[in-house]
Design a protein. Structure first.
Length: 132
């Protein structure tokens, strides 16, 4: 993962590297390996969100980025907090707006928001009512 993030940062302006790196990150976040994975090195979540925003017009980057973030943050409030602090939900929203006609991107983006809903960061409708 460190090598992938390093390549993303070293080749920030190279679309091919960004596509390949996001695809590799998405693969790394599938399954049990993700449980122990961190992205605190190479600038952390903020750095990968900047890479995502840099390639907003690139459908392949956006698809892999949304998939990566959804996989990485599922059932992990600490990771969701880092995503929120890095303005990640804004980046996901921009991906949705830009590529609304792409069903795969919509599905991956919505999965990120589903991860966020019902957490302490964004309590469910019932929890919000109780706190008023």
């Amino acid at each position: 993962v460190e090598a992938i993030l390093g390549a993303m940062m070293a080749h920030f302006d190279n679309s091919n590297v960004q596509e390949a790196a996001w695809s590799a990150l998405r693969n790394c976040t599938c399954g049990y390996a993700c449980d122990t994975m961190t992205i605190d090195n190479q600038g952390g979540m903020g750095a990968i969100i900047r890479c995502m925003k840099q390639r907003l017009d690139n459908e392949r980057v956006q698809l892999s980025a949304c998939g990566t973030l959804g996989n990485f943050c599922v059932a992990d409030e600490e990771r969701l907090q880092k995503l929120a602090e890095a303005d990640g939900f804004s980046a996901i929203t921009l991906a949705l707006q830009r590529h609304w006609s792409n069903e795969q991107i919509r599905n991956e983006a919505f999965s990120c928001f589903v991860c966020f809903s019902g957490t302490k960061l964004y309590p469910s409708h019932e929890n919000r009512r109780r706190t008023r």
